[in-house]
Design a protein around this ligand. Sequence first.
Ligand SMILES: [Zn+2]
Length: 227
Amino acid sequence: MAIQLHCDGGLKNDEGESLALECPYCGVYANMAPQAVPDAGQLIATRPKHVGLVYQCDACRAPVFLRFAIKEFGERHVELYRNFAELERPSERFAFSYLPRATEVLFREALSCYSTNNFNAFASMCRRAAASAFRDMGDGGKMRAFDEVMVAQRIAELDDESFAPIKTIIFEAGGNNELPLLNRTQAGVLLEIMKDLFYQSFVRRGKLTRALKVRQFFVQEGSARGA
Ligand SMILES: [Zn+2]
C-alpha cells in the first residue's frame, strides 16, 4: 500500500487502487483522478514535509485539493503517507429556511465550524443556536426539546455516559456551566442530534403546514371551478 511520486512517470498507486471520497462540490461519493501532481525531482531537491495534489472529481469534474505528508525521499522517487487532509470539506446541508432567523444564522455558523473540523467552536455555536431556538419555541419549548432529544438518544441507543456531554452543551446554558471538550466522534453525535432536534421542532411542522396549505389551495380552486 503505497503512493509514490516518480521522477519519470509521475504518480504511482498500488495496482488497481483508486481514490474515492465525498466531493466537496457535488456531494457525490466519487472516484478522484489525479489532475496536477508535483514534480518528484524538485521535491527531492527541496525536501518539504508536505505536498499538495489536485484530483478531479469523476462526477462533476471539479478540482479537489488534498495535502499529503511525505514519508520518505528515495533516489528517484518520493513516498507519501496514505492519510491526507482535505483542504475543502463537503459542507453540511440542512433545510435552514424553516428555522427562525436568528437560529438559522447561528446554526449555519455552527455547521461551518464543523465542516472545518473546529469541533469545540462548533459545540459553542450549537449551544447558542439551541438557546435561540428555545426562545423562539416559547413557554415549555426547552422541555419539549429535551423530550425530543431523549427520544433521539433512545432511537440511536446511545448510553447515558457518552451522551451526557451532548445534553450539557444543548441544555445547560447560563451560569458557570463550562462546555465539555469534544472530540471528532462526539461532535458527529452532537451534529446529528442538533439536526434531528431542529428537524422535529421546525422543519417537520413547516413542511407539513406548507404541504397542507397547497392541498387546501387546490381543493378550493377545484370547487371554485366546479361551482
Ligand atoms: Zn464532484
